[in-house]
Ligand binder design. Structure first.
Ligand code: CO
Length: 149
């Protein structure tokens, strides 16, 4: 099911999302499918976080280079000191692109769609997407990152 995407300044985007207790819960499984469909219908977005569709759980989807990453309860364990600047868009800010400095590399711990705890090391655009989507789970948005280190 295609879900409506909340846009700034909706207050829900500023709330902190709750940890998911059971990644195999049928409601969570359905939400994952709905978020993938919503993202695919939205055009060329790289990622979507559950709060953007009004669901306050720690879940995000990233699709890059043909691979779909399902992130349940993701936590950034480490990030590189070295950063790089690039323009970022967000489905909650239609048509807006902001240059943002982000760590080039990150290590993220998460639970995948099978309920397994895994660690992913990412760099470049994937590392950027992880940082952007995980920010959404804490109510942080691209406008907060503008002109900051
Ligand atoms: Co976004």
């Amino acid at each position: 099911m295609n879900l409506p995407i909340l846009t700034y300044p909706n207050d829900i985007l500023r709330k902190k999302a709750e940890e998911i207790k059971d990644p195999k819960d049928p409601e969570i499984k359905q939400l994952i499918l709905d978020m993938i469909e919503t993202m695919e219908k939205s055009g060329n977005a790289l990622g979507l976080a559950a709060p953007q569709v009004g669901k306050m759980v720690r879940l995000c989807i990233i699709k890059l280079e043909g691979k779909t990453h399902i992130l349940v309860n993701p936590v950034i364990k480490s990030k590189s000191i070295r950063k790089e600047m690039a323009e970022e868009g967000c489905l909650s800010f239609p048509g807006k692109f902001i240059p943002i400095k982000r760590s080039k590399k990150v290590t993220v711990k998460l639970v995948n769609r099978h309920g397994e705890k895994i660690t992913i090391k990412a760099e470049g655009l994937l590392a950027r997407a992880f940082q952007h989507e995980i920010d959404h789970l804490d109510g942080l948005l691209i406008i907060d990152k503008e002109n900051k280190n």
